[in-house]
Ligand binder design. Structure first.
Ligand code: IPE
Ligand code: IPE
Ligand code: MG
Length: 286
């Protein structure tokens, strides 16, 4: 029985690379390199489950203010990732898209990006959108200017401006609204990401640092949540309740063994068919 409703548009604020590196006594750049492996995992999950849109916050407008060496390392990593992964992306029918202000990027990054986007443009599977030199305020500003220009040129009346018109002028004009936004590393912020597009998104924050984030975390978030919903909706026979509780408990145990720092469910109260249960404690707590 297929019960999981996968998101149509999953967006991720991939945070915590620097802290991950620091914890291991490594340079920040190595944290970013390890973070690229998490990108692979998440993308694989989306391809396997036919999630049509994955949008990754890869480099924000504010990230230009980081030390020049770190910015350079991030640019190099991006080029390396695109060159190395292009075949694999193609094999998996992934289409590549970018949002943000490409103008600020060095030629090498621009050319590589444009080349890979072009190569994958006819693919029909998951659309991977990289937010690069992206800031939602800048996007809204650009959108407003584009619309104002049309008004100025008398192609559009002020009264005709509505939400659809705004949507059509955003960088994400060809993407649906986000339905699940994940931020890693225990920061509870949006950091200027997709402000318009997340109006109705579910927000999910986890303490896991991005380089530690794997497919397993998505399974737990997306598939276990649905089990809970299913349990709530089932008719109230005691046997069904007990079976589902047992199943969820087994899932929790399996996950607890595999992962120490998953924040989902920790101490959270669930009501399943009228029975209140408390989610597993933080796994690294006593
Ligand atoms: C996210 O990790 C990657 C980028 C913003 C490019 P950080 O580099 O922000 O890592 P922390 O937040 O310092 O741990
Ligand atoms: C958000 O992370 C940007 C990206 C993940 C690319 P930051 O680490 O840059 O955000 P702040 O500075 O903590 O808000
Ligand atoms: Mg950060």
């Amino acid at each position: 029985m297929e019960i999981t409703k996968y998101p149509e548009h999953l967006a991720i604020i991939m945070d915590g690379n620097g802290r991950w590196a620091k914890k291991q006594g490594l340079l920040r750049a190595l944290g970013h390199e390890k973070g690229a492996q998490s990108v692979r995992q998440v993308l694989e999950y989306c391809v396997e489950h036919h999630i049509p849109y994955l949008t990754l916050y890869t480099f924000s407008t504010e990230n230009w203010n980081r030390p020049a060496l770190e910015v350079k390392a991030l640019m190099e990593l991006l080029v390396k990732f695109l060159r190395k992964e292009a075949d694999e992306l193609d094999k998996n029918n992934v289409r590549l898209n970018m949002i943000g202000n490409l103008e600020r990027f060095p030629e090498k990054v621009k050319n590589t990006l444009v080349g890979v986007i072009d190569r994958l443009k006819d693919n029909t599977g998951t659309t991977l959108t990289l937010a690069l030199s992206y800031g939602a305020r800048e996007e809204l500003l650009t959108t407003i200017k584009r619309i104002a220009q049309q008004v100025e040129q008398q192609q559009l009346k002020v009264d005709a401006i509505n939400e659809d018109i705004i949507q059509q002028h955003l960088y994400t004009y060809d993407l649906p609204n986000v339905d699940l936004l994940i931020r890693t590393s225990g920061e509870y912020r949006i950091s200027n990401f997709l402000l318009w597009q997340i109006a109705y998104a579910e927000l999910y924050f986890t303490d896991v640092l991005w380089p530690d984030f794997t497919k397993k975390h998505l399974v737990i978030k997306i598939e276990r949540d649905d089990l809970e919903k299913l349990a709530n909706n089932l008719s109230k026979t005691m046997l069904k309740k007990i079976l589902l509780l047992a199943f969820i408990a087994v899932c929790s145990l399996v996950n607890a063994q595999e992962e120490e720092r998953i924040s989902l469910g920790q101490g959270r109260k669930y009501t399943i068919g009228g029975i209140e249960v408390t989610g597993a404690k933080r796994y690294n707590e006593q």
